[in-house]
Design a protein around this ligand. Structure first.
Ligand SMILES: C[S@@+](CC[C@H](N)C(=O)[O-])C[C@H]1O[C@@H](n2cnc3c(N)ncnc32)[C@H](O)[C@@H]1O
Length: 251
């Protein structure tokens, strides 16, 4: 699969300094405690699409974490953090079947939406199931199609700055169908004291999901146990942009 984050990786943590990974990781921990009936001591997590380890750096207090990501750059940054109880490797969630099985698989910050073909998406989900122990749970969040139709993504600008530099991102969405959107990002990076603006662009191909696409993933052995507004214990509605699902592997 294509690595969308080769250039983005370098500025990822700076750009998302305001994402509250700590609070979101706390919610994941609550979901785990609620849905895993075997206590939370010595449990293992496979973090698929771990990025620079944003969730891992808060979950590693409680769990042993293996992270995989398509992006070499993201993995390099995650490993450079030397987080305790964490190991990060380059890997593709549509291909990765581990010999070791995990208590929990997570895939957060809409990694599933990057699986744009039905085949990629199905392989990604199947592998999460195969990488789980019986009784284990798979948690993922996603962009919810109906909400993106009611309140479509718009062109926008975000600026972040530090004492050394300023970074501007222009986002330009382009919709192809009910559930396919391309998001073009143009970045401009200005280092103070240098008379230069560095720029680069990346286009992220997104496939949005809806309740029916999520409920269809359930099988006799893979039960949907939560379908919520992300990071709330409230059922997902058509107005919620951000959904979160928890599946449990029964055998
Ligand atoms: C928006 S980032 C989220 C990263 C991280 N989970 C976080 O919350 O910061 C999406 C990540 O998913 C990764 N990704 C997308 N498809 C993947 C796949 N099939 N296998 C592994 N990683 C994937 C990308 O490389 C990128 O790092």
């Amino acid at each position: 699969m294509k690595d969308n984050f080769s250039k983005y990786g370098e500025i990822y943590d700076f750009f998302y300094f305001d994402k509250n990974y700590m609070k979101e990781a706390r919610h994941l921990n609550e979901l785990i405690k609620k849905n895993l009936e075997i206590g939370t001591a010595n449990l293992s997590i496979l973090d698929v699409g771990c990025g620079t380890g944003g969730y891992a750096q808060h979950l590693n207090k409680y769990y042993k974490i293996t992270g995989i990501d398509l992006s070499k750059e993201m993995i390099k940054i995650a490993n450079n953090k030397n987080l305790k109880n964490c190991k990060f490797y380059e890997g593709d969630g549509t291909q990765y079947i581990s010999s070791k099985k995990y208590d929990i698989v997570i895939s957060m910050f809409h990694v599933v939406n990057y699986q744009i073909t039905k085949i990629q998406f199905n392989k990604f989900i199947r592998n999460a199931f195969l990488n789980l122990k019986p009784g284990g749970i798979f948690i993922f969040d996603f962009w919810n199609s109906p909400a993106t139709l009611i309140d479509p993504p718009e062109s926008k600008i975000k600026i972040v700055s530090s004492v050394n530099e300023l970074l501007l991102r222009h986002t330009l969405p382009r919709r192809f169908s009910k559930n396919r959107i391309d998001i073009k990002f143009d970045f401009y990076r200005i280092k103070y004291g240098h008379n230069k603006i560095k720029s680069f662009s990346e286009t992220h191909k997104i496939r949005t999901l809806d309740k029916s696409a999520i409920t269809q993933l359930a099988t006799k052995n893979f039960k949907l146990v939560e379908l919520n507004k992300a990071f709330y214990f409230k059922p997902l509605t058509a107005k919620d942009w951000h959904g979160l699902a928890v599946f449990k592997k029964l055998s």
